[in-house]
Write a protein that binds this ligand. Structure first.
Ligand code: ADP
Ligand code: MG
Length: 408
């Protein structure tokens, strides 16, 4: 690099910026209020109040559904904070534990390990079944007189992979009918159609308390964004018309996460041009960037094997100009991609498991082919993102990885 490299980096790091504090624009941030979700929060409070009034007498099961970015996770987390505070005031030991089932690769065992680790720190992984882990958890709760709200985020992953998981969870109390009810479930799911994977009794217990979140309208997104702008941007750097265009673009999907990310990215474009104001043009640039097709946050959660599968799928779909591939066609494309990237191909069963996990995230879609004398086969396609964008995105991500390992 030439000498000016260092100066340039210094200029970027210490130069002017439109941001005051980027943290409120991050995914982990839990805002102090949730505009346009007050009714839903109040409903949650009504549904769960009995566990504070008569701890041990009842458990609750609630299901929140809605598309990506409509606030499922943040509502649950905010509610978890509120209810644990209320419990503290009444000296009730109530814990709220939020677990993402997709990050647990759809395994009930992994979900329960997360729960145990909250209580025990380290716990030996081997030699236990899910049922045994669950019993251990119940013992801990009994011993310490703790009540638990277990929030299962991205439940579709668990439903896809571990068919008996929810059944086991909803039956906890049956084995201990005379003991206090210790566990309540707060589940989050993108589409209620996943409940079809459940047996009827588990599905119906979840469907009793069912909160459906609609996509946000453009004006609702403006309110949500305004709160963040105040916290994250310097005064006067984001004006009304900039907010409006962010909200308009994001309202196509009604997705608050996309809106917040778009605003953040637009701020970065403003900084890179040395502009003290985020302008509509910065927003348009941000929306056009490849970044917006596959979110960063999402990319980081994909395993290497999943990236290879996605690359294989998207390439083959694009090259053959088709909407779906059969499993055999996908596997052939996958082999080629694995060879290219020097990666030992995984077994048919493994690939199939990853496809189901990817399908649970809504990126990949699967369906049965109705016709054919050889019986029904599964067809695999993509949902809303163009194959060519995924190819680019995966290639870039895999390339970044291999150059990193080359430099090691
Ligand atoms: P989901 O889990 O439904 O995909 P999230 O709960 O992750 O959506 O919400 C996406 C982003 O939008 C998060 O950063 C969240 O803080 C924010 N958000 C969603 N709804 C609201 C709201 N009503 N008020 C403030 N921020 C919100
Ligand atoms: Mg979520």
């Amino acid at each position: 690099m030439a000498d000016y490299g260092e100066d340039l980096i210094e200029q970027i790091l210490l130069g002017p910026t439109v941001f005051k504090d980027e943290a409120p624009l991050s995914i982990e941030y839990i805002p102090s209020r949730l505009p346009h979700r007050e009714d839903e929060l109040a409903l949650l409070a009504h549904l769960f109040r009995s566990i504070l009034e008569r701890p041990g007498s009842t458990g609750q099961r609630v299901l929140i559904t809605g598309l990506v970015g409509v606030g499922k996770t943040v509502i649950a987390q905010k509610f978890g904070m509120d209810i644990t505070n209320a419990a503290k005031q009444r000296r009730i030991k109530l814990h709220y534990i939020h677990v993402n089932c997709r990050e647990c690769k759809g395994s009930l065992f992994a979900v329960l390990m997360k729960v145990i680790e909250k209580f025990k720190g380290h716990f030996p992984r081997r030699g236990f079944s899910s049922e045994e882990l669950l019993r251990t958890i119940m013992n801990i709760l009994d011993e310490k007189d703790i009540f638990l709200i277990l929030a299962l985020d991205e439940l579709e992953a668990l439903l896809e992979i571990d068919h008996s998981a929810l059944y086991i969870l909803t039956r906890i109390q049956e084995e201990r009918a005379t003991e206090p009810v210790r566990v309540s479930l707060l589940c989050m799911l993108r589409e209620p159609k996943y409940l079809e994977l459940l047996d009827r009794s588990a599905a119906s217990t979840l469907q009793q308390n069912f909160i459906e979140l609609d996509p946000y309208s453009s004006s609702e997104l403006v309110t949500i964004l305004k709160d963040r702008v105040e916290l994250a941007f310097k005064e006067g750097s984001v004006n009304e018309s900039t907010l409006e265009i962010v909200a308009d673009i994001a309202s196509i999907r009604g997705d608050a996460r996309y809106a917040i990310e778009l605003l953040w990215r637009a701020g970065k474009y403003a900084d890179s041009e040395g502009s003290m104001e985020v302008k509509p043009e910065h927003v348009r640039k941000a929306a056009g960037a490849l970044y917006s097709t596959l979110r960063n946050e999402y990319l980081t959660t994909l395993t290497l094997n999943e990236k290879l599968i996605l690359l294989a799928l998207s390439r083959a779909l694009e090259e053959n100009n088709v909407a779906y591939l059969s499993m055999g066609e996908l596997e052939r494309a996958y082999m080629i991609v694995c060879e290219e990237h020097n990666y030992p191909p995984r077994s048919h069963t493994q690939i199939w498991k990853h496809i189901r996990l990817l399908s649970a995230t809504g990126l990949v879609s699967t369906k049965f082919s109705g016709k054919g004398s050889r019986g029904r086969t599964t067809m695999i396609g993509l949902t809303s993102i163009p194959a060519s964008s995924i190819v680019k995105c995966m290639e870039a991500s895999l390339e970044a990885r291999s150059s990193k390992s080359r430099n090691k």
